[in-house]
Design a protein around this ligand. Structure first.
Ligand SMILES: Nc1ncnc2c1ncn2[C@@H]1O[C@H](COP(=O)(O)OP(=O)(O)OP(=O)(O)O)[C@@H](O)[C@H]1O
Length: 576
């Protein structure tokens, strides 16, 4: 637990002054609040005695009320302001850490868990240090001092009697407070399920339409919506019991005070003003006691959220920028794999086994093979999206772990199988947050043979794409993704099955257009199509994680092995 709180140390070492100042103001406000019942008592006594001191007491009350209002603004501003900054701080460290987490983490965890950390958990910690802290100080400071004042300056016996129902109030408020919280959480969870489902439906709307699944979807939505409504009804019932009960119970304390206090006043044991003051102090005790259930929940939630945030920060980030100044130049060279055996973290068997490959600087290597044979994995390992064992991957003659991520990924242009485009303009998607000139963007589009497609759009490069690149065809998306890799002017180009959505004519013009670009650059092109790699300097055929064959197109055909069969099949299918 202490480890979790320690992660807040950098924040509080910078912002403690504002926070502590806010707490000091809060304590002053609480102290001033403690004067009010006493002054009201004096006012009541002054009224009873028809004394001229009434005006003076009322003016003092007014002055204190004004000071309290000012200080209350001050402490809320300081404490709530500091906790807003705390929330910002937590979001920043979680987000930046998430950006540096290895891909394995994302394979295990969906984006939902990370989103919850950035939203619910960060704000639960804020609530704990904001409202939670205020309630805690109110409960401890104000309730304890009120009790002491009631006993010492009014009457200890009456104080004991009046506080007899407090343990019951405390138990009911805490127990029922938990029930209210629990029911509220169920409402929230069913609401999240409903919104997640709706989001999924709208994102996958085309699939739903395509399968004419509207009715099924509508039933599922109605079931989830019903669940949410039922949870809401149950929550209303629990609240309906909680509110009257917690409002009625304190009346017991007031009744006891009126009865026994009233008798004391009649017998001359205390003044009517003392009695009024007593009632005022009782109010200052009861409300923090009733809020204790809420306070405990807030603290509990904050601690649980902080623990979740600490957990993700404990996942080691991929830290590596240990590259020396020359590595960018060193990358201007070939790739070598030495007995590379690689397994995904949760996998039982290796995905790549004993893969050895020499790619000369500037060579064009094609990789073909059955689906699931490890082609994409090979590219991911080269990019260090997943870590290969030491001394099995060398780029530019350097062991990959000694290169550093930034230079490695700057030198490599990578187009994954499922390239994601963002809801921005086509031009911005090609530039991808870097500042390239309009001319450079257009040149990249021309090289990727997507320039004419873009020109046909009424807004051209300025066309804003929908979510995940909608408004472009599959083939257009692939070529925009290629342009995004080419504009980087990379020394090494890795293309993962980027021709799958292209017709053969477009594929051929893309390959011939890129020929000049590829000249002198090392390129590894994964494809299911023989036609895309037949001109490669070297073709590698993968099978079940191993290199089954390698050679040129002619050599592999002469072997009459896997490649030959693949080629034959594609001829039969008319794909060649
Ligand atoms: N992140 C992952 N975690 C665990 N296993 C994975 C992961 N990604 C891929 N695999 C497994 O590794 C094997 C090789 O996958 P890979 O994507 O490299 O194949 P591929 O040859 O590129 O296939 P395709 O031609 O269908 O794209 C498959 O059995 C796949 O299920």
């Amino acid at each position: 637990m202490s480890k979790d709180w320690r992660l807040l140390a950098p924040f509080f070492s910078q912002h403690w002054k504002r926070y502590v100042f806010g707490i000091m103001l809060l304590i002053v406000v609480d102290a001033l609040q403690l004067l009010i019942p006493r002054l009201i008592g004096q006012a009541v006594d002054a009224i009873a005695a028809d004394s001229s001191s009434l005006t003076q007491v009322l003016l003092t009350l007014l002055l204190i009320a004004v000071i309290i209002a000012g200080l209350r603004y001050g402490y809320r501003e300081c404490i709530m302001g500091a906790t807003r900054r705390l929330e910002y701080f937590l979001r920043e460290i979680v987000f930046n850490h998430a950006l540096r987490l290895p891909l394995e983490y994302y394979d295990r965890q969906g984006p939902g868990a990370l989103m919850a950390l950035l939203t619910n958990d960060a704000s639960a910690v804020r609530m704990t240090f904001g409202l939670g802290c205020i309630l805690l100080i109110d409960a401890v400071f104000m309730a304890a001092l009120s009790l002491a004042i009631m006993g010492s300056s009014i009457n200890w016996n009456l104080t004991l009697l009046a506080t007899l129902p407090l343990p019951v109030i405390l138990l009911v408020a805490t127990y029922m407070g938990k029930a209210v919280h629990q029911s509220f959480r169920t409402v929230q969870e069913s609401f999240s399920a409903l919104t997640d489902y709706s989001q999924e439906v709208f994102a996958g709307f085309r699939v739903i339409k395509g399968f004419a699944s509207e009715e099924t979807v509508s039933h599922r939505f109605a079931a989830l919506s019903q669940k949410n409504m039922d949870a809401g009804m149950r929550s209303s019932k629990v609240q309906a019991a909680y509110i009257p009960l917690t409002h009625a119970l304190p009346l017991l304390s007031y009744a006891i005070t009126l009865y026994f206090g009233g008798r004391l006043v009649i017998n001359g044991g205390m003044t009517i003003g003392d009695m009024a003051a007593f009632q005022g102090y009782l109010g200052l005790i009861i409300w923090p006691v009733m809020g204790l259930g809420f306070l405990l929940n807030t603290l509990e939630r904050g601690a649980a959220s902080l623990a979740r945030i600490a957990n993700i920060l404990d996942v080691p980030a991929v830290e590596a920028d240990e590259c020396d100044e020359n590595c960018a130049e060193l990358l201007d060279a070939g790739v070598e794999l030495r007995n590379l055996t690689f397994s995904y973290p949760a996998a039982i068997a290796p995905t790549l086994s004993n893969v050895s490959l020499q790619v000369a600087p500037g060579a064009f290597v094609g990789v073909v093979g059955r689906t699931g044979s490890g082609k994409s994995t090979l590219l991911k390992v080269l990019l260090r999206l997943y870590d290969a064992p030491p001394d099995s991957v060398f780029i530019g003659g350097r062991e990959i772990h000694g290169i550093g991520f930034r230079p490695l990924r700057t030198a490599i242009g990578y187009v994954p199988q499922d390239s994601l485009l963002f809801s921005r303009t086509i031009g911005e998607n090609i530039a991808f947050d870097k500042s390239y000139s309009r001319r450079e963007i257009e040149e990249a589009a021309r090289l990727a043979v997507v320039d004419e497609d873009i020109d046909e759009k009424p807004q051209g490069m300025e066309t804003v794409l929908g979510e995940k690149g909608t408004r472009l065809s599959g083939g257009q998306k692939q070529r925009v993704a290629i342009a995004r890799a080419l504009i980087k002017n990379p020394a090494i180009l890795l293309l993962d099955d980027v021709f799958s959505a292209l017709d053969y004519r477009t594929q051929d013009s893309l390959l011939s257009q890129m020929k000049l670009f590829l000249d002198g650059r090392t390129s590894i092109v994964v494809s299911q199509r023989v036609a895309a790699v037949r001109n490669a300097d070297l073709i590698v055929v993968m099978d079940a994680g191993r290199i089954a064959e390698q050679g040129t197109h002619g050599e592999l055909l002469a072997r009459q092995g896997l490649y030959y069969r693949l080629y034959e099949q594609q001829i039969v299918n008319g794909d060649e």
